[in-house]
Design a protein around this ligand. Structure first.
Ligand SMILES: Nc1ncnc2c1ncn2[C@@H]1O[C@H](COP(=O)(O)OP(=O)(O)OP(=O)(O)O)[C@@H](O)[C@H]1O
Length: 549
């Protein structure tokens, strides 16, 4: 709400107050008509219908404006959350867990949306309530005090179960995160679960069912508390009517007009009061969702836009890359489950073709993520073109790299690379990558991305090529390619990149092609060794240097 235009908020507040005030005005006329008889029917009727008209019109205006503000805020919230996720360091996103991020993007935004949608009505009902109370205050301050005591007392007692309910809603939300993790297992592990009945049964009857059961119990607890709160407020309302009927009506010095007004007000405030009670859980869920978004701890260290990023001085010329004593540790639950890469140092000259090999889990991908500026080293530093990489220029630093990851995501559109010459280049690459018979490019989109894994990797390569950056990183790109296409990649594409002055880092197990590299590095348990390759021998000569390559 706070981000909306102040004039629109002010207008909707004014319209809401007019709606509430004129509805209260309608009530005074009903009371007057009941007390004094019809009198001048024409005048009374025109004022009555005039007030009804103003109430309906201003109410509609207020709701429309507030709904618009709500939708504007939601639009902002959705974009903000996605921007924030993309500006948060990768290691933090990984620690957070993809299931929590998915839950935030769907569940939490949905809850905030619903909470915002009920706010306009809450506001109108609040105005009506205030209007009715003001009217009662004019009729009889004593009766106003009585009603206020009931409302405030009711709210006080209503708060306790509502507080418990909100706590239960927080627990519900926590369980939902776990449930989203299971949903991911259903979609991403579908084939494995389908294939193995034993595993599927254990998953459904243990993991999923336990979490769903916890969720059901926590929901039931929250609902019970909310029902208690709601019924309590109803009970209080009936007590108030009873007090009016049996106590106030027997008070002798109370004017008749005040008594009729009191009855009308009590009947009239039923709707706004129950609206407040009914929307409370929705607002509660919205508040929990907002807290949850905060708890994700999306600290946007990275600059959110390219234009805000501090440029690198040497970005225009071919630049060398230096890793100076960097190390990175994945923090596991205990020392045994944590992994540390480095400390290691490495110098890569512009135009070099560097191969990195090593056993599974030796740290190749981790090293690539550090080189790409997606991970920030715990110790040590990176220099690009002699310039130190910091939080301020890391975004600009990353723009020097194009990468195809082992688990690359393939977008179905060219996203920002849609100029005529880029599309022409993309069409050439489709032919080179032997994808031209499978898909076409139209309006900056690929006609399909439903491809085999090897073909999807080729499409990812095409996307990386179009970015035309000075540095390329390929993480086991050729692992899923057929032997012929491996030849195309190693014997044609890599030399062509090198000939164009690109610096290329290739993570690979393909020892048949090691001889093509300018330098072959091997990672062993997070430490880097430099190897010289002797084309006359079938293997590599042992390390010439360690950790300072
Ligand atoms: N997200 C993560 N959280 C915690 N530990 C991780 C994470 N990713 C990797 N590791 C650990 O870091 C080590 C290095 O992983 P990395 O993916 O860098 O190895 P790799 O050499 O690329 O392996 P492979 O050849 O199997 O792809 C592994 O032992 C792994 O257990």
């Amino acid at each position: 709400m706070l981000h909306a235009s102040k004039a629109t908020v002010a207008l909707s507040v004014l319209a809401g107050l007019i709606a509430g005030g004129s509805t209260a005005g309608v009530m005074t006329y009903i009371n007057r008509a009941l007390e004094n008889g019809p009198g001048n029917i024409a005048a009374l009727a025109s004022i009555f219908f005039g007030l009804c008209f103003i109430s309906i019109l201003s109410g509609a205006l207020s709701v429309t404006l507030l709904s618009r503000i709500t939708q504007d805020n939601l639009y902002e919230l959705r974009l903000w959350l996605c921007r924030r996720i993309l500006a948060t360091p990768f290691q933090q996103i990984q620690r957070c867990g993809l299931h929590r991020i998915t839950a935030a993007l769907t569940e939490d935004i949905g809850s905030v949306a619903t909470a915002q949608q009920v706010l306009p009505d809450l506001f109108i009902q609040g105005s009506k309530l205030i209007g009715a109370l003001v009217y009662l205050g004019v009729l009889s301050p004593k009766l106003l005090m009585l009603v206020l005591v009931f409302i405030l007392g009711g709210l006080f007692c209503w708060r306790l179960p509502t507080k418990w309910a909100w706590r239960s809603l927080e627990l519900v939300r926590e369980a939902q995160d776990v449930l989203f993790g299971h949903f991911r297992a259903v979609t991403e592990g579908y084939k494995e679960l389908k294939l193995d009945a034993r595993r599927r049964h254990a998953f459904l009857s243990h993991d999923l069912s336990n979490t769903a059961d916890i969720l059901r119990k926590r929901h039931n607890n929250a609902n019970l508390m909310l029902v208690i709160a709601e019924r309590w407020s109803h009970a209080l309302y009936f007590i108030l009517i009873g007090a009016g009927l049996f106590l106030v009506s027997r008070t002798e010095d109370m004017p008749r007009e005040a008594l009729t007004g009191f009855t009308l007000v009590v009947l009239f405030i039923g709707e706004p009061l129950s609206a407040v009670v009914q929307v409370a859980p929705i607002i509660g869920k919205g508040v929990v969702a907002l807290k949850n978004l905060e708890a994700l701890g999306l600290t946007a260290v990275d600059t959110e836009s390219d234009s805000a990023a501090k440029p690198l001085n040497g970005a225009a010329q071919p630049s060398s890359l230096e890793l100076l004593g960097i190390s990175y540790k994945y923090k596991g639950d205990d020392e045994d489950s944590s992994y540390r890469l480095g400390p290691l140092s490495l110098h890569i000259a512009p135009g070099e073709l560097v191969f990195i090999t090593g056993g599974n889990g030796s740290g190749k991908t981790t090293l690539a993520l550090l080189i790409l500026g997606l991970y920030v080293p715990d110790e040590g530093s990176l220099k690009f073109g002699g310039e130190l990489i910091t939080d301020e220029n890391r975004e600009a630093y990353r723009q020097n790299f194009s990468a195809v990851f082992a688990d690359s995501y393939v977008f179905d559109s060219l996203l920002g690379y849609t100029s005529d010459d880029v599309i022409a280049r993309a069409n050439e690459l489709l032919v080179l990558l032997q994808l031209d018979t499978k898909l076409q490019i139209a309006d900056g989109r690929f006609s399909t991305v439903d491809l085999s894994r090897g073909q999807r990797k080729r499409l990812a390569l095409l996307t990386a090529y179009l970015a035309d950056r000075p540095y390329y990183v390929f993480d086991e790109w050729a692992a899923e390619q057929d032997p012929e296409f491996r030849d195309v990649f190693y014997l044609e594409m890599l030399p062509e990149l090198k000939a164009r002055g690109k610096t290329v880092i290739v993570i690979t197990h393909d020892d048949r092609y090691f001889y093509l590299s300018d330098r072959l590095l091997r990672l062993t348990m997070g430490q880097l060794d430099g190897y010289r390759f002797d084309p006359d021998m079938t293997g590599q000569i042992p390390a010439i240097e360690s950790s300072h390559v």
